[in-house]
Design a protein around this ligand. Structure first.
Ligand code: SF4
Length: 366
């Protein structure tokens, strides 16, 4: 993945930070480095209105910390949200999944990393300490892939060793990469959950360009488990296509053949949904892709979704396969689903976002 980066832009105010020095020492000689006064000038160059996604995914901006260190995951009215908090260490992803919602979420595909971790983590710590009665389930895998740039940045150990000292916070690193070597020797105190996004073998091979093969993700999960970490898995997005049942069932079975159910903090499920903007991008960038073909209907949040009865049918099967392979105690939740779907699949729905969030928080307190 390091080889994918062609240009590194360094904001002058972070030219001497630990992250910048490390990135520049690890980048190959073929990488062009440019120091800039104004990061906005770089963002402007890669604005999607001026060019495509590919150049931005090959360029990394090391920027000074600005904005919010912690942001709530953007939930939607009418859908139960797990109240995950985004630890905003960077944005963009060098992996290139055809279905990636970030292609529509951001107007810029540039990879950005907060290269002043002292300021960034101090701001995040202040937020956590100012609310001692609240539990923060933090993650870095919402606006970025948590580990894709790890060989270059070495950011993950900073986060793992930072979060372990907060009694009211845990961190989830979510990835489709396998760059875990920097995690294995850390004193993490089980305050970090190592998570992988999973799909069927067919979707992984055809749609998750530049991501690690499934077998490698399982091997990485096994090594993290051996290093004492809790694990999590996310089946999101789930696609309905001919052969989907065998495809997802196989992947679920491989989860439980690879790691112990007792070490899995949670498994999330979410069916594919897309915005009109994402559909246009998929058609343009991946003309052979058929993800948006099939039966979809508009939903309250402006996204197209599989009809509710179909989503319920898919989730029932997925939950049954998880129960058969992993037992009744594995925590399974739905990402952005409504209370009726919860009730029809699970027999019960969380009363609200807070209840769902607390139920997941409890997985890290056991
Ligand atoms: S790994 Fe995640 S963030 Fe990266 S391209 Fe794929 S879906 Fe998007």
């Amino acid at each position: 993945m390091i080889g994918a980066i062609r240009t590194i832009y360094v904001e002058k105010s972070v030219r001497d930070t630990q992250i910048t020095r490390r990135v520049l020492s690890r980048a190959g000689d073929y990488v062009r480095v440019e120091h800039v006064d104004d990061p906005q000038s770089v963002l402007d160059r890669f604005d999607l209105r001026r060019g495509g996604h590919a150049p931005g995914k090959q360029a990394l901006l090391l920027g000074d910390f600005r904005g919010d260190a912690i942001k709530p995951c953007p939930g939607m009215k009418g859908y139960l949200c797990c109240e995950y908090q985004i630890l905003n260490f960077g944005t963009g992803c060098p992996i290139d999944c055809s279905y990636c919602i970030l292609q529509d979420y951001f107007s810029n595909p540039l990879l950005v990393v907060q290269a002043n971790p002292d300021a960034f983590l101090a701001a995040a710590a202040q937020t956590i300490r100012s609310q001692p009665d609240r539990f923060f389930r933090l993650g870095t895998g919402e606006f970025a892939d948590s580990l894709a740039l790890e060989p270059l940045t070495g950011y993950a150990p900073l986060l793992v060793e930072w979060v372990r000292d907060f009694p009211n916070a845990i961190l989830e690193l979510k990835s489709k990469a396998t760059n875990i070597d920097s995690l294995l020797e850390l004193d993490h105190q089980r305050r970090t959950v190592c998570a992988w996004s999973l799909n069927s073998e067919e979707i992984t091979r055809n749609e998750e360009h530049k991501a690690a093969p499934l077998a490698d993700r399982f091997a990485a999960a096994r090594r993290c488990e051996a290093a004492g970490y809790r694990l999590a898995f996310h089946f999101d997005p789930i696609f309905h296509y001919p052969g989907w049942e065998q495809g997802y069932r196989d992947t679920i079975n491989r989860v439980f053949q690879s790691v112990s159910a007792q070490n899995i903090a949670w498994i999330s499920l979410g069916c594919f949904r897309y915005t009109p903007g994402l559909e246009r991008t998929i058609r343009r960038r991946f003309p052979k892709n058929r993800c948006t073909y099939g039966e979809f209907i508009p939903s309250g949040d402006g996204k197209m979704r599989y009809p509710q009865p179909l989503r319920i049918q898919i989730y029932r099967k997925m939950v049954n396969w998880i129960r058969e392979a992993g037992g009744e105690n594995v925590r399974v939740y739905f990402c952005m689903e409504n209370a009726k779907v919860w009730r029809d699949v699970m027999g019960v729905a969380p009363a609200d976002n807070a209840e769902l969030g607390s139920w997941l928080d409890a997985a890290c307190r056991d």
